[in-house]
Design a binder for this molecule. Structure first.
Ligand code: PRP
Ligand code: ZN
Length: 300
């Protein structure tokens, strides 16, 4: 690798609920870094791809400003920051390349647990505390509610007990924070999970090719995680029924079984989750010797 090799930067959360899974995904995509616990910049060892470890809230801006080409951040944060950026640049845009199936959470309206909830209208004339003022405002507007938004950057959940707000809009994942503060979630503003984002900066062909390769790998890891390789034996005359049961299998491979003319071996790539229920159904349809194997890598 020469000094002039074009490099790509990926931003991920430094420490928080997305950090570990983000790093795992990139490592499974074949990236190795010269890591150091307290450094914000990890140099890519085997590919010209470096890592920037930052606060999740800063990731959308780093992408919008072209500092990083790729980023992994919650859809909630991306949506809020995009609305914010559009105040200044109406054409600001981030491409969501893939939902990553971790970091699930919901942005929710919550009220004190001892209060009744009759619908969004009860917030009329009241105050709502949140770190997501733009998403909250647009949700209130959609529901025809006129309420004051109190912007807080942390400890949103204590606003009702301090008397600074009647309700809050905040992230809920396990619900522990709300319960600890005697609040209850009553409406969902946004469903969210971690996603891979791409900024809009135009890249020279060589860097674009590198970025495309990287994205394909990440998507491949994603796909492989849901995909299973299923092998089983089946009576030849049950083949049609058995193929129907296999979740997300397009064209199973059918192989003869030596000395058993009425039976075949079936190998199938199942692109949807394979549950115990599927195996039980296969067995009652006549299948035997059913094996489910993980798929490590996929390139399609
Ligand atoms: C969110 C939110 C709550 C907590 C809810 O903060 O602000 O404090 O998570 O999670 P729970 O339902 O599992 O209790 P987050 O960890 O995203 O931190 P940040 O807003 O500072 O990034
Ligand atoms: Zn954050």
């Amino acid at each position: 690798m020469t000094e002039s090799t074009p490099r790509i930067k990926i931003a991920i959360q430094k420490s928080g609920r997305l950090s570990e899974d983000s790093l795992r995904l990139l490592k499974q995509s074949g990236l190795q870094f010269e890591s150091s616990k307290d450094k914000l910049f990890w140099f890519g060892r085997n590919l010209p791809v470096d890592l920037l470890l930052v606060r999740d809230d800063d990731i959308p801006r780093l992408l919008l400003e072209g500092v990083c080409e790729l980023g992994i951040v919650g859809e909630n944060v991306a949506a809020e920051k995009l609305l914010e950026a559009r105040k200044r640049r109406p054409d600001a845009h981030l491409d969501n390349l893939a939902a990553l199936e971790f970091g699930y959470c919901r942005l929710m309206l919550a009220i004190p647990e001892d209060q009744e909830y009759s619908g969004p209208k009860q917030l009329d004339g009241g105050r709502v505390a949140t770190s997501y003022p733009r998403l909250t405002r647009s949700w209130l507007r959609e529901n025809g509610v006129e309420a004051e938004i109190v912007v807080l950057n942390g400890a949103v959940e204590i606003a009702p007990s301090l008397g600074t707000a009647d309700a809050i809009v905040d992230l809920v994942s396990t619900g522990t924070t709300l319960r600890a503060n005697h609040l209850k979630p009553v409406a969902t503003v946004l469903n969210s999970q971690a996603a891979l984002y791409r900024g809009r900066s135009r890249l020279a062909p060589e860097r674009q090719a590198l970025l495309d390769k990287l994205v394909q790998r990440v998507l491949g890891v994603q796909r492989a995680a849901e995909t299973k390789y299923v092998m089983l034996h089946a009576p030849r005359d049950r083949l049609a029924r058995i193929s129907e049961i296999l979740p997300g299998a397009e064209t199973p491979t059918v192989l003869p079984l030596e000395g058993q003319p009425d039976k075949v071996a079936v190998h199938a790539l199942c692109t949807e989750q394979v549950f115990w229920e599927h195996l039980e159904e296969l067995k009652s349809a006549g299948a035997s010797a059913i094996l489910v194997l993980p798929v490590e890598k996929m390139l399609v």
